[in-house]
Design a protein around this ligand. Structure first.
Ligand code: G6Q
Length: 539
């Protein structure tokens, strides 16, 4: 981070010590207008933060000093900014709907491939939805099971729920990710083999969890339908690895490809979104891409001061690095966004959970925060207490929609009232004086006083649609990117994930071999021994 730019920010934090968000609103009643941005169907109100115009200018300076403008251009134009893996980072190409766009990687335009796969996905999902693609015994496909994990699972899971109002209700969608056999077993209990399509979604097609589940699902299907040839009608693949797909036994005609420049956690708008496209249809899927694209263009062209992802990123940095906040909460007030916090957890924590700067040295400041959250109002009845009165500072993003897809009485008004009321209470708190005025007995005043001054952002859209969902995802993608640039870390690799993929293999040998090797530490050896004993295996 640029030291001089940061010094200025630190100075302003010091200068304003003791000044609360309540004071700031009293000083400047025009804050809501000044500190809000509209883009791609979303309204961001960031006025309930510990900021003023000077602080925002200082934060913007930090972004400018980081070379953000140039980095954005590098990303959008296909430069290999994922340097540790020597890859371009081009998820923005997947939703570039400009028919004349060309984006080159190693001298080759990637756009024709993007359009070709999108068209193939469209044809395939039309065929499944219309009942033209049938199972081996001639039955219509009614169940779709996506087998994938991490980036090949969380996006489809999140979006399938988010866009349920647009989905075909006479089909059912399942997502198997965990290598825990219960996940697959419980799913298979819900489906009928002759009417089930399995989508094996894996960029590498070597991931232990996915391949084990896919093999088990294949065995189950063959057993149920009594013919190996059935696999061709019930399994398709989404991958970058043609040979592995063929080796698994899937005809590569039924493989939907993507490219090494699509990171797993950024892959929802690639062929990884196939299950979603089957659910909502190609037209709605395209609407989602359009929403992404709108936010992409906003991010690329708006001035930093009026740039929604940049402003969100800078506020996050203010609290992480200036106030020592270790986490932030994402609180969607829309049941359809119930899986959004989990999706964001991967996007943010896998991208910016890094302690090494781009030059290989250790960073001397906090980087990626812990992300967590649950849909409102459920969270209000569990962990909000800590946000209101605990000792940790937890900035929150509240996400809401002005209209619901399911109007029932005044439920939506109540939901939204809770959202707004929470941001108000967090910002303004309740003083001891106010408690007394309400007649709170003196001995209870300390407990019923709310300090307030808790920062929140509010994101509002008219309605959760394919467009607004796409824009929301792109908003956070670019926020995370911006923070990575300012922290000077590589946001697009994930060596920690790779480590996990290798480690388990070593232990697996010891769980299943005739004899355990005993080559681990005392604790791990003991755990292995207990497991072996419980399963009747010799020590
Ligand atoms: C995402 C990560 C990781 C990945 C999974 C699945 O950015 O790289 O979550 O998506 O490990 O990998 P495959 O798609 O290769 O099975």
């Amino acid at each position: 981070m640029d030291a001089k730019a940061w010094e200025k920010i630190d100075g302003l934090i010091d200068r304003d010590r003791g000044k609360t968000i309540r004071d700031r609103f009293a000083e400047d009643p025009d804050r809501a207008r000044k500190f809000s941005i509209d883009a791609a169907g979303w309204h961001l109100d960031y006025s309930k933060n510990r900021i003023d115009g000077e602080m925002m200018n200082a934060l913007v300076k930090l972004a400018e000093k980081s070379g953000l403008k140039e980095e954005i251009e590098k990303m959008f134009t296909g430069k290999k900014i994922n340097e540790t893996e020597k890859r371009a980072v081009l998820h923005t190409a997947l939703r570039n709907l400009d028919p004349g766009a060309t984006i080159k990687v190693d001298g080759k335009d990637v756009m024709p491939g993007v359009r070709r796969v999108l068209a193939a996905m469209g044809d395939f999902s039309d065929a499944v939805r219309r009942g033209e693609w049938r199972g081996f015994t001639g039955r219509r496909i009614k169940y779709v099971v996506n087998i994938g994990i991490g980036g090949s699972d969380l996006g489809p899971v999140m979006a399938n729920l988010a866009l349920k109002p647009y989905a075909k209700r006479n089909m059912k969608f399942f997502f198997v990710s965990n290598v825990d056999s219960t996940h697959l077993a419980e799913t298979l209990r819900e489906v009928k083999a002759a009417e089930t399509l399995f989508i094996v979604a894996s960029k590498t097609f070597t991931t232990q969890e996915t391949m084990s589940n896919a093999e088990a699902a294949k065995e189950w299907l063959v057993e149920k339908l009594g013919d190996k040839k059935a696999v061709a009608k019930h399994f398709v693949a989404v991958s970058t690895a043609k040979d592995e797909v063929a080796a698994f036994g899937i005809d590569t005609k039924n493989m939907f490809g993507f490219w090494d420049w699509v990171g797993g956690r950024y892959s929802l708008p690639s062929a990884i979104g196939l299950s979603l496209m089957i659910a909502i249809g190609r037209a709605n899927y395209k609407r989602m891409l359009k929403g992404y694209w709108k936010m992409d263009r906003h991010f690329r062209t708006a001035s930093f001061k009026r740039n929604m992802p940049v402003v969100l990123a800078l506020l996050g940095i203010l609290y992480a690095n200036g106030y020592g906040a270790e986490s932030y909460a994402v609180l969607p007030y829309d049941q359809y966004l119930a899986r959004f916090p989990a999706y964001l957890q991967q996007m943010d924590m896998e991208s910016n959970g890094k302690c090494v700067a781009k030059d290989g040295s250790s960073v001397e400041y906090t980087t990626g925060p812990i992300v967590w959250g649950e849909p409102g109002t459920n969270g209000q009845h569990s962990f909000y207490q800590l946000i209101h009165q605990g000792t940790h500072l937890i900035p929150c993003d509240f996400i809401g929609c002005c209209r619901t897809h399911n109007p029932i009485g005044d439920l939506h008004d109540k939901l939204t009232a809770n959202l707004f009321a929470q941001t108000e209470a967090l910002a303004f708190g309740k003083t001891a004086e106010e408690c007394r005025k309400e007649g709170v007995p003196e001995e209870l005043v300390p407990f019923k006083t709310f300090e307030g001054d808790k920062p929140t952002n509010t994101l509002l859209c008219d309605e959760l649609t394919p467009e607004t969902l796409g824009a929301l995802v792109a908003l956070y993608e670019h926020k995370v990117f911006t923070q990575g640039v300012i922290w000077n870390i590589y946001s697009f690799d994930q060596w920690g994930v790779q480590l996990g993929k290798v480690l388990a293999k070593g232990v697996l040998g010891d769980l299943t071999a005739k004899k355990a090797s005993g080559r681990h530490d005392a604790s791990t050896n003991d755990l292995i021994a207990r497991y072996r004993k419980a399963n009747g295996r010799p020590a």
